[in-house]
Structure formats: C-alpha cells, structure tokens
Design a protein around this ligand. Structure first.
Ligand code: ARG
Length: 484
C-alpha cells in the first residue's frame, strides 16, 4: 500500500487501491499543469470579486498557487489528476483556506477549460509552422517559375509544368489547412468554466469574467454542453490530420523526384544505410509521410472514444485529449521538417527539362492547337492519339502521318507547321497554358503575389490571436498581483 496521503478528492474511502495508477492522469496532465494554474487563478479572482470568498483568502490561495508553480509539476503530491494534486498542494501549504478554491466549480468544467486553454497555444504554434512552410514554398517557387518539369497523372508523364506551379499547388493546400486550423482555434477559444459538474451552481459566479481573464472569446452557454463537449478536440485533430495528409503527398512527390534525380535533398534531410555506403535516403520525408498515418489513427481513436458517450461527464474523456495533443505535436514537427527539406533542396533544371517532354507530354497542347484552328477537339484528340501510338516522343512527321490517315484535307488548313513544331517544345507548351491558375510563368507570378497576400492576411489573423492570449496573461497576472 502507498504511504502517500490521500488526495483531497479521494479522501480515505476512495484511496484507489490497486487501480490507483490506472485511474490517475497525473503524469499526462503535465501538459495542462500551467493551464490549470491559470484557470485556478482566474476562478479565485472571480470568486473574490463576487464576494464568494474574502480577499485575504484569495490572496493566500493565489500565493500558494505561485509556490506550486515554482515547485513545478514534478513536485505535486500524488493525485487522481493535476486538478486534485494542485488543490491538495494548496491545502498542504495554507490549510483549510485552500479548500475554498474549489467553490462553485467541478473538475469537469475545470479540465475542459484547461484543455481549451492549452490547445489554443498549440494550434497557434502549428499554424505558425504552416505559415513558415508556405513562405518557404513561395520562395523556392519564385526562383523556379521558368524551371520546366514533367507533370504527372497516374504517375505517368501527362503535361509539362514548372517547379513553381507544382510547389504552389501545395502552398494553396496549406493555405486551406491554415484556415481550418484558425477555425478550430476560434471554436476552441470559448470558455466552459463555471459550468461546474454540468448543472451550474447556486453561487453568484461571473462566467464572462473568468472567460475574459483567461482570454477566451466567449462563454459556452449550456452548462451540460460546456462540461461534455469535446468537438473542439475532434475539429483540431481533423484539421491536423488533413494537414498531415497534405504533407504526406508533398513528401511522396519529393521522394519520387529525388529518386529520379530531379531534386537533390540536402544531407541534413537525408540519411544513409548502415551497410550500403553509397546510399543517400530520403528518410526525413518518409517520416513526414508516415505522420499522416499516425494522425489519421489518432483522429479515429478520438472519434471512437467519443462515439456514443452519454451526457454528461464520463471518465472516458480522460482518454480523449491525448489524441489531439499527440497529433498536433507530431504534425508541428513534421511541418517544420518538410519546410526545411523544401527550403534546402536543389532542383536539377537540366534533368527536369530533359524529362519534361518524355512520353509525348505535349500531346494535349498539340490537340488544343488543332482544335483552335477549327477541328472538333474529339477529332484532334484522335489524330494526336494515333501519332502517339507509334512513338514515345511524337514528332512532326508522326503527327502529319496521323493527320493524313484521319483527314481528307491538309493539316495546313488548321495550323501552321512552325506553330505546331513550337507546341511540341515543353517550354512553349508551358508558356501557352496561360489560363487562370495555369503554369505559364506570368500567370504563376500573379499566383505568387496572391499567395503572398493570403499569407500576410493569415499572419495578421494569427498575430491577433497570439496577442489576445498574451494580453490575457498580463491582465490575469495584474489582477493576481492585487491580491498577493
Ligand atoms: N482528469 C479528468 C479528465 O481528464 C477530470 C476529472 C473529472 N473526473 C470526474 N470523475 N468527474 O477528464
């Protein structure tokens, strides 16, 4: 049997017995240690302002909380969780007065508030990493608006494009990932504190006040919803898993391109073999690719844990939030690594240019030309398909032969030879596809401007949120200072 004193929640009767460790989340709760202290502080300040506890008691509790913070999570007494352990530590320090801290609240609203408080900061950090990655992608793209490369579908040569156009496709996806994270932040940034167990309280509390002291944008009204809801975890984990899926596609492309000699990864982002000395392997990107698997599993674990839980609080919820924290941690790191790999990679323009025309990748452009000259696109498609059948790199002669078999009139009716010859060149092919969102260099320049504008906007939105959290920290510290 443990020699430890019983915590304030268990007392003697619920000492935990053999299941003591099983019940306890204290170790994992290190993640919300600081958040819990902030939640305690805001609650105590509000209790004093409302006259529910007197000011000197508030001062004693707040001073004890400072000491508990100073000692750190590792110095907490044993307990079912960080909430109970901190309360025990406060009572250990100041005696019975410490027992007033838990007036008009429950661990149910407390933990929900701590989770939201901590996750907000984590989402900001992840979104910052995504923004930095977007900038890295735009910077590399800027340098490669003219670097022609093969564009693939079904992993086969499809149409030539540029490195800039390719990389910006991921920048656009990451822009949406940023939006999703900011939306998840905004719905996380609402306060459940004051819901108590789920049914409110008889005390005259001020929920708006604790929400403001903790920097929350609003209060979650229905107390049962406030204590039970974990959809902020689902939403954040889903946004994170979606981001990880974006990253995994980009990692796969880079792995493939490195394999073909289109891109050289910096040694810092590669690894070697313990037996085969010649190897340079894209291990970091393979691990980025794998993080999508972990994160999808985490989302599934979270949803499965939440599915069918009845109202209101159930202890299953203690097993829910680590899925979100683990996903956010892993994907923040994967985002930073992927950004570093992209920023330091060298694109091999010659190999890319040589490969860009392989597999008659300019065929679509040739068909477009014939159609622009008046042939029905379907007929043009048929001619070019016939030309492609015989040869890997269809030339003018092959197209002429195919046209002669298909058409009664001369090919000259529809297109000039020089124009046709130019269309077979990957560089010309790219330059001609100047529709909105296409790869033509001047179109991509415009897209780069748009991307820079969007990134600046996202940065402003993120800064505002980060600043609001920092301001709340200062406000709460100032209030606390008034008591201790
Ligand atoms: N540690 C718990 C959690 O993470 C909070 C405690 C609430 N416990 C309870 N039996 N009502 O969800």
């Amino acid at each position: 049997m443990s020699e430890e004193p019983d915590d304030v929640v268990r007392r003697e009767r619920f000492s935990g017995g053999p299941a003591r460790g099983f019940l306890s989340s204290l170790a994992a709760d290190e993640r919300i240690f600081r958040a819990d202290l902030q939640v305690d502080r805001a609650h105590v300040v509000m209790l004093a302002e409302q006259g529910i506890i007197d000011e000197s008691t508030a001062g004693q509790i707040l001073a004890a909380l400072d000491a508990v913070e100073e000692a750190g999570h590792g110095a907490l007494p044993d307990g079912e969780d960080v909430h109970a352990a901190i309360e025990t530590a406060v009572i250990d320090r100041i005696g019975d007065a410490g027992g007033k801290m838990h007036t008009a609240r429950s661990r149910n609203d407390e933990v929900a508030t701590c989770l939201r408080h901590r996750l907000r900061a984590d989402i900001v950090e992840l979104a910052e990493a995504v923004l930095a990655f977007r900038k890295a992608l735009a910077e590399v793209a800027e340098a490669h608006t003219d670097t022609v490369m093969p564009g693939l579908t079904h992993l086969q040569p499809a149409q030539p494009t540029t490195v800039a156009h390719h990389l910006l496709s991921y920048e656009s996806a990451l822009a949406r990932d940023t939006e999703r994270l900011l939306a998840a932040f905004d719905r996380t940034n609402r306060s459940p504190l004051g819901a108590a167990a789920f049914a409110g309280t008889t005390f005259d509390i001020d929920r708006e006040r604790t929400a403001a002291l903790l920097g929350f944008e609003s209060v979650i009204e229905n107390a049962m919803d406030a204590a039970s809801a974990r959809d902020f975890l689902t939403e954040t984990t889903a946004a994170t898993a979606t981001l990880a899926t974006t990253l995994s596609g980009l990692a796969e492309d880079l792995i493939l391109f490195a394999n073909k000699g289109y891109v050289d990864l910096d040694d810092d982002y590669a690894s070697t073999s313990s037996i085969m000395p010649q190897k340079k392997n894209p291990d970091t990107l393979e691990l980025v690719r794998a993080s999508a698997g972990d994160t999808a599993a985490g989302l599934n674990g979270l949803l499965t844990t939440l599915k069918g839980l009845p109202r209101a609080y159930n202890r299953d919820l203690q097993r829910a939030h680590d899925h979100a924290f683990d996903a956010v941690d892993a994907v923040t790191e994967a985002t930073e690594v992927a950004a570093g790999a992209v920023a330091t990679a060298d694109w091999n323009a010659d190999a890319l240019a040589a490969a860009a025309g392989e597999g008659f990748s300019t065929a679509t452009g040739v068909a477009d030309l014939l159609a622009a000259g008046g042939l029905p696109f379907r007929t043009a498609h048929e001619i070019v398909a016939r030309a492609a059948e015989g040869s890997e790199t269809a030339d003018l002669a092959a197209i002429e032969a195919a046209a002669a078999e298909t058409l009664d009139e001369s090919l000259d009716t529809y297109v000039e030879r020089e124009v046709l010859a130019a269309a077979l060149d990957p560089v010309e092919s790219v330059a001609s596809r100047d529709s909105h969102g296409g790869p033509a260099p001047e179109v991509v320049e415009a897209a780069l401007d748009r991307a820079a504008g969007d990134a600046a906007e996202a940065e402003t939105a993120l800064d505002a949120r980060r600043q609001a959290l920092a301001d709340a920290e200062i406000r709460l510290a100032t209030e606390v200072d008034g008591y201790v």
